[in-house]
Design a protein around this ligand. Structure first.
Ligand SMILES: [Zn+2]
Length: 388
């Protein structure tokens, strides 16, 4: 990345930026929930330890990385592990105004991570258990998929475990700028953050133990992972259709390794009933070819509806649930996942998660509400859900 400001001048400018309480105000792309829009405005950033390098409690940004991931042999090759980034800004009336696009984007990304961390802390997850979180900004990222097709990735943002308990987020170069880039979409980054949390709660306790998972177990686990991630993103943003700011309605893309073009819709407020076709797909496709988003959309929609039932609303009315109800459900989900990870069966089924989930609801009206919802949407296996 080229910078227009010499480093020495930058450091002098930033020496004036930190407020006494450790907060800094930075002009960035921010989600305005009241208007459901992304707007540029001054935002208080609370957790930066080093403003000029964008290092803080939420994450450390790293630039200039160059790597290749090969899914054929599960290898990861670093051609360059990257370096600290330089945040260039000028200060006016107490607000830092980024001087270049990268600084603007990186500040927005840092803050999105910070908001995700604050949400997970608020619903009872100890985010320090993730260890040092690194966000690779704009890396060269070559991916060889399971069919051997190599591609240099752009326009994406995702979480990837590097296998050493250090979660890493990758923000790939933006190619299309008409819409909010992936990592500047608060919901998408929150979704990715949830995957890191899921790893800690579900997959990592397991890797210490037993052998292989049944096909359907692996697929239901990845479907649960996607659904929970979407629901947590809704919790962070308050926006059930957060993805539409980046992937507008009417956008058709291929997903996973599939060659079929599908419309990308991930609106958690849309009621979804678990069907025998969703079920058959999850039970028959090999995990490397399984696309988890159908199961995921069902799970996200169910959790959103569960928040509705806590508020005493019929989910079919599609009234936005209260933040309190969403946070309660998020906390129940994390507790249930913790138990899923602690006692994971090689034949894991979606109803295992749902059994542990409904067990968190107070017996009485709360439990009845969520059980009624599960009966209506998951009738195929309602009898398998214990506690209803
Ligand atoms: Zn995901």
């Amino acid at each position: 990345m080229t910078r227009s400001v010499p480093v020495r001048v930058l450091v002098l400018a930033l020496a004036m930026t930190a407020c006494e309480d450790g907060h800094v105000s930075i002009s960035m792309l921010d989600y305005d929930r009241a208007n459901d829009a992304y707007v540029i405005g001054a935002v208080r950033v609370a957790t930066l330890d080093n403003v000029d390098r964008l290092e803080g409690e939420a994450t450390t940004l790293v630039g200039g990385a160059d790597l290749k991931v090969d899914y054929q042999d599960n290898s990861l090759t670093w051609r360059d592990s990257g370096h600290s980034v330089a945040f260039a800004a000028t200060k006016t009336d107490g607000v830092l105004y980024p001087e270049d696009y990268d600084s603007f984007a990186m500040a927005s990304i840092y803050h999105n991570m910070e908001v995700a961390v604050a949400f997970f802390e608020a619903v009872g997850f100890d985010t320090t258990s993730l260890g040092e979180v690194t966000t690779y900004y704009w890396p060269v990222f070559d991916l060889v998929d399971s069919r051997g097709v190599e591609d240099r990735m752009v326009d994406n943002a995702f979480y990837m475990s590097l296998g050493n308990a250090s979660p890493a987020f990758f923000v790939l170069p933006f190619d299309q700028f008409e819409w909010v880039p992936m990592a500047m979409n608060r919901g998408i980054l929150a979704h990715e953050y949830s995957h890191a949390v899921y790893d800690v709660l579900v997959y990592e306790p397991r890797s210490a133990g037993s052998g292989g998972l049944a096909v359907e177990a692996s697929n239901f686990l990845s479907g649960t992972n996607e659904g929970v991630a979407d629901f947590m993103a809704v919790g962070v943003t308050g926006d059930p259709d957060f993805i539409a700011h980046t992937i507008p309605r009417g956008t058709f893309r291929t997903q996973c390794n599939d060659t079929v073009w599908v419309e990308i819709v991930r609106d958690a407020s849309v009621p979804i009933t678990y069907s025998s076709s969703i079920d058959g797909f999850a039970r028959s496709i090999s995990p490397t070819d399984f696309c988890p988003y159908q199961v995921g959309a069902f799970v996200a929609s169910l959790l959103y509806g569960a928040a509705n039932t806590l508020d005493g609303h019929d989910p079919a009315d599609r009234v936005a649930p209260s933040d309190e109800a969403v946070r309660k459900v998020a906390g129940y989900v994390l507790d249930a996942l913790d138990e899923v990870g602690g006692q994971l069966r090689p034949t894991y089924e979606l109803w295992d998660f749902l059994t542990l989930f409904v067990g968190r609801f107070n017996p009485g009206a709360d439990r009845q509400g969520v059980c009624g919802l599960i009966q209506a949407r998951y009738g195929l296996y309602f009898d398998e859900v214990q506690g209803c």
